[in-house]
Structures are given as C-alpha cells and as structure tokens.
Design a protein around this ligand. Sequence first.
Ligand code: PLP
Length: 389
Amino acid sequence: MSKWQDEGVGGWDTWFTFASSRPVQVLSRLVGGSIEADVHDVCITGSITENLHKLLEAFYLKYACDTRYNVLVTALDFPTDAYAAQALIKRHPNRGGKVHAVQSEDGNTLDPEDIIKAITDPDAAICVALLPTVLFKSGQLLPIARIAECAREHNVALIIDAAHSVGCVPHDFDRWGVAAATWCCYKYLNGGPGCPAGLFIHREHLPLDNPFKGWFGVQDEEQFKMSHTYKPASGVFAFQTGTPPILSLAPLCAVLENVFAEVDILDIRAASLALNGLFMDLCESRVCNNSQQLFRLITPRRDQDRGGHVALAVGPDSSRALLLSKVLRNEKRIIVDYRPPDVLRFCFTALYNTRAEVEETVRVLQEICGWSETDFQARKSRVQSTLVV
Ligand SMILES: Cc1ncc(COP(=O)(O)O)c(C=O)c1O
C-alpha cells in the first residue's frame, strides 16, 4: 500500500513482473509444467471462468472438424464449466455442435469408463473435453493421466479444471499430455480471496492464438508502445488479457515463494490422505453407522479416487444440511462448506490441520447424531436469521 501511495504510476515497473519468474516456477513445478528452460507453459492470470472461455474457444477452433464438433463435460461439474461450454457452442452455430454431459448413476460420482466411452465413441463426435480433476461436491478424483492418454489417441483436446487439486494433489500435466488446464489459487494454494488463477497450456500447442486478446498478452517491450499491431508474448503469457489484481497477487506470490517452494507436494498429499482418511475411518465407525442415518459418506474410499476433501450427505431431511453447516461454524467453530441440496464438505488441510482436530470434529458429529427433534428445532430458530444459501 505504501508503494502505491509513494510511487504512484512508477510502481508499475515492478508490478508488471510481479507474477513472473520465481512464483511461476514454483507453480509450474506443482502442476507438472515443462522444465525446459525456453518453454513458458504456466502463468498466473484471470479467473478459472475467464480462462475456460479462452481455452475452450482456442481449442475448439483448432480441433472442431466435420466429424467431431461436440464438447464433453460432466453432469457433476461446477456450474461455471457448463456455462462456458454452452457459451462456446452458442458462439459457433454453424458447426451444429452440442454439449454432451457424462451422467452419474448415484448423483455423486462418475464412472471413468463412461468418460472414456464418450471420448472414444465416433458417434459422440467429441473434439474438446472439459473435465475436473476432483468433483467439487463428492471429492472424487478422476484418473486424468489415463483419460488424457485416451483423449490424445482420439484427437480430442482435454482441458482440465483443477480447482480442487492444485496444491493438494500432485499433477504431471506435461507428461500426461493434457492440452490445457486452469485452477484457482485461493483454495489449497492459500492465495486469499479473489486471487488470480493459474493457467497451463501444453508446449506442443504453443504458440497458441488467444481468441480474447488484450494488452497484457503482448510482448513486454511492446506493451507501452501503444501500437495497434498485436505482437503476442511468448508461450502461455499470450493468454493474459487485462490488468491483473495486484493487491490479490501479492499474497499468492508470497505463499508460492515462502511455503510451496519449501514443501514437497508428495508430502502434502501423504499428509492430506492421512488426515482425511482418518476422518473417513472414524466417520464410518462412529458416525455413519448411527441408527438415525443422519450422515452418509459420499467420497470414494480409495486413496487414488479422492482429492483433498471429504463429503457427507445429510439425510433423510436434507434441509438439515444447511442448518448443520451454520451450527458447525457458529456454535462449534468447525468450518465446513454447504453445497445444495444435502452436502457438507470437510477439508482437513495438510499444511495446518491436526489429527486432534479430526477427532474433535468426529466427536461433534457423534454428539449431533444424538440430537432430538427439539435440539434441531432450537438451533433452527437460533440461526434462522442467517440462513442464506
Ligand atoms: C471446480 C470449480 N471450477 C470453477 C470455479 C470458479 O472459479 P472462478 O471463480 O475462479 O472462475 C470454482 C469455484 O469455486 C470451482 O470450485
């Protein structure tokens, strides 16, 4: 803030390069960007939504053809992914394409075989597939390496939304052959609310034309020439558009340089699996076997099938899920996340949660399992005024 006050416009000289070099190297290592010195395949820019619009457009222009013109998503995607895919198809009416959504049998998880089937089926005519690494509600982790290999074999561009895995699960986007990926940095990367997203484009697709161009996507030495001739920056940096939020970039750069540069993502993953695995074990033995059947685990049990959070579905009266999310936060100081209609997400984070906190959370859930109708009613009237979805 003092730089802003003291240096005014002069501060831009340092802020222009804020999100380059060291923080980007750390981020690149976390997602499995290429280590080749002359390749710039990772950058920090925009939001996931903004980046998805750019990536979908760029890869649709490259991959759509007379025999393949549909876009694959899943029925369990975060809504913004579906909106971006729908908008893409709407922008290209002459292609006659559709958004094809892989369905879920249980409403919580996907069968990877259904995704593979859609990619390989010539009648599905998929040219671009947009998939999450981890499903935002149930926490299921998809086998992206396997799907990417299949997508490459069938000339389908695979774009990944890695919002729920970067900073928690190891990635190897370059080796897997993922065409492109984007992720937010405000979840496991601890960048703080509103900090910009990450973007990866596989080096085999670079240079790639950014369909939504802006002055931040040009070469550094061109930016202040104010020329109307667009000269794209190298690699993924051409996918920057406008001024990044400097105040939000600061904590992200700090956390990348001071935390993620120092820890091994494999250690983070091991600690995360252990904490969340303990939570699942204890829930199974002490909470989900309760005769009331208030809580049901919906996150896949095997380590290779889950990301960094655990989801419990609340039943049989699903309206209790929202109520319990408020009670857990306000009364018990346990921060959970509610997702309609009936899901509570618990995330024990490797960097700062403890086994004692897992055990305390399970104890509280056990206590709630013993509540009577009167106990629920009392809480309902107490939190009524703050019940906003
Ligand atoms: C899986 C997933 N995709 C996309 C988004 C939206 O991200 P953004 O607000 O950066 O566009 C979120 C936000 O939480 C998310 O969880």
